[in-house]
Design a binder for this molecule. Sequence first.
Ligand SMILES: Nc1nc2c(c(=O)[nH]1)N[C@H]1C(S)=C(S)[C@@H](COP(=O)(O)OP(=O)(O)OC[C@H]3O[C@@H](n4cnc5c(=O)[nH]c(N)nc54)[C@H](O)[C@@H]3O)O[C@H]1N2
Ligand SMILES: Nc1nc2c(c(=O)[nH]1)N[C@H]1C(S)=C(S)[C@@H](COP(=O)(O)OP(=O)(O)OC[C@H]3O[C@@H](n4cnc5c(=O)[nH]c(N)nc54)[C@H](O)[C@@H]3O)O[C@H]1N2
Ligand SMILES: [Mo]
Length: 758
Amino acid sequence: MTEKDVPGIRKYDAPAGGWGALRATAKAISDQMAAPEAAITLYRTNKPEGFDCPGCAWPDRHHTSTFQFCENGAKAVTWEATKKRVTPEFFASNSVSSLLEWTDYQLEDQGRLTNPMAYNAEKDIYEAVGWDEAFRRIGQILRDQPDPNMVEFYTSGRASNEAAFLYQIFAREYGTNNFPDCSNMCHEATSVGLPKSIGIGKGTVSLDDFDTCELIIAIGHNPGTNHPRMMGTLHEVARRGAPIIVLNPLRERALERFADPQDALEMATFGATEIASSYLQPRIGGDAAALKGIMKALLEMEAEQGEAAGILDREFIEGHTNGFDAFAEDLRATSWAGIVAESGLPEEELRKVAQAYAKSNATIVTYGMGVTQHSTGTRNVQQIANLLLLRGNFGKPGAGICPLRGHSNVQGDRSVGITEKPSAGMIDRIEQRFGFRAPSQHGHDAVAAMQAIIDGRSRVLICLGGNLGVALPDADACFAGMRRLELSVHIATKLNRSHLLVGKNTFILPCLGRTEQDIQSTGPQAVTVEDSMSMVHASRGKLKPASEELRSEPAIVAGMASATLPASRVRWMEMLADYDLIRDAIEAVFPEFLDYNARIRIPGGFRLPLPPTERIWPTASGKAEFLRFSGVAEDPRPADEAVLKLATIRSHDQYNTTIYSLDDRYRGVFGRRDVVFMNEEDMNDRGIQQGDRIRIRTALDNEGDRILENVIAVSYKISRGSVATYYPEGNCLIPLNYIDPTSGTPSYKSVPVHITLA
Ligand SMILES: Nc1nc2c(c(=O)[nH]1)N[C@H]1C(S)=C(S)[C@@H](COP(=O)(O)OP(=O)(O)OC[C@H]3O[C@@H](n4cnc5c(=O)[nH]c(N)nc54)[C@H](O)[C@@H]3O)O[C@H]1N2
Ligand SMILES: Nc1nc2c(c(=O)[nH]1)N[C@H]1C(S)=C(S)[C@@H](COP(=O)(O)OP(=O)(O)OC[C@H]3O[C@@H](n4cnc5c(=O)[nH]c(N)nc54)[C@H](O)[C@@H]3O)O[C@H]1N2
Ligand SMILES: [Mo]
């Protein structure tokens, strides 16, 4: 195949990180902020007296380091602390219909929202509205609903513990458990799958474990882009010679080579460190098969070498687990031919991973959306737990499971009650504390909520952050559904497309961001967040708010609640005046937050209890469970050989639905997002050359008319039969009900498609 010169597509040979990252950071700052302010803001990020970085949920060691360099953290902070503003004058001169013509990038790039706005349908514009008036009108419509279960309370994972707690108390006193949240599109497979395996739905490692681990297996995540602060950790691990085995259908530069901007020598010499010791490229959706292959090889090694060789940790299996025999039986019955065909990896490679694994006395498996966003996401996660159980890699230093969480407080929101399936204990303790009985009937998750909206079964959507209409699959159906709402309310920092999908009554309520001072009647307030290693710590905004009209998220929730529930048993305004009182209430409802207010005053905060780290298993049986994955196929596999598997992924310059720029530097894409990454042989088979316009059509039954056009093919190091394009552009290809039935997570990473020349 001859390489065509395609605008914006060129090889990027540099390592990830390094000078490219420094340049990108400088550009983010100069584009969005006034310089002196920018430096101070960044300096305050992730310091004990500063604010928590809104970029991702990767922890910081002791929270005492001076500014930890991270390009994407800098982008997230500068994007929020921008000097640009979206004012009532902006809305007066741009109708909602005209704004819908703008790209997602243009919308967010207008800057911070400054005033509460209400949609005027006659004029098709948003008009400024007073806070009290907005609360009054929202409260009236909520009270007029025939059934509280016709209202959806969405949470995006940036909300603080304090905001999320008040929000769930409001919704439950109002009378529903409809809590769609971003976690439903993200790590739900972890939240649902791990409790069955080890008794809790969270990761078990701490940062210190990375100092002593002897092996990391990294599956389906792209830390150079999505968790850049993790790169410092991986860099250290690679430097001390511990192997890092990567399973990812795409070659991701940061997992190949990384230059740590904190490393003066590496920067000065243009050096870099090899990150992956081996890089396996399974087919998209081939992880369960690959994991079964690794585990099968281990069993075979043990059979050959005898139990005394210590290939499996027999003592641990005996003392701490259930279900091993049936599980092992299934592995023995699974054929290598099936494993190789589904995983797309040679038997030899999988055996090598098993050998490395058997050698390591302490292994960490890290994983992300490449594992969870599949029809079998929950079972995939459980296979990772099985792998770790085989060698007792829980409850010992340097070992454990490490799901890479998304939003900076997505885990915390769950810990303080954002769940559509409340436990009986939580309901009882809410009653003891607040004197009302919360509903126990299960509510809607994200997909179920949108389906209810589309069907007209739900008529109100309140959004604590996020961009739900764009984040979910099937944009057309979601957009149409949102336009039929009787009321939608968006608590937000920046304008996005969901705000423009206006219903009968639509409000935008602008809130403070993490970086900004939050002053209530008793003085400045701190909020708290939980990182992906279950560390809870305080975050204090330092900047002057983007507008005097902004209110904190807790203030907005308390305002809506007071206006909706005149006879409320909750002392909203008292708690709002002093967030310590909110934390006292959290502690009363969630006993693991014992001594909450005292412990967040210690720099670095505290860790929530994680029983499996002490080999205590809060499962039904009291033991960790080996859970079988029968067969090897992750997703429904169409008989048609020509079908490819499509993953929708993030570019380097985006934060979920927020697009910072059109570049995806490490993958060699500049100034455009209309690309589809393809394996060269798959291109040849179809007579497609780099730069050719192609057409993607979903290959699911009755889904023939889901088409993405106006995209070009880019030849990429991606496994055979696998293709990838960007999220959210690819969402139109995915049916809303194409989900993991166990967790409800959309299968964003494995859509069967046909690709042809346009
Ligand atoms: N800068 C930045 N940071 C972010 C975000 C952001 O958008 N931008 N988003 C935040 C959020 S909410 C989340 S959830 C995380 C997401 O962080 P990640 O989990 O890293 O997210 P993705 O980019 O969606 O996909 C990750 C990887 O999955 C691989 N993959 C696709 N299909 C498969 C498969 O079948 N098997 C395997 N093994 N791999 C596969 C892709 O090649 C890609 O490298 O990041 C958080 N941090
Ligand atoms: N095809 C495909 N679709 C996906 C994914 C995928 O990999 N592929 N990933 C899924 C995943 S993992 C996730 S988590 C979801 C993300 O779904 P969401 O969390 O709903 O989306 P975001 O794009 O993160 O939301 C961005 C908006 O949040 C608001 N915001 C930012 N900061 C704050 C704040 O401090 N407070 C408030 N109140 N608002 C704020 C801004 O208005 C901004 O426009 O998308 C999912 N969708
Ligand atoms: Mo996420």
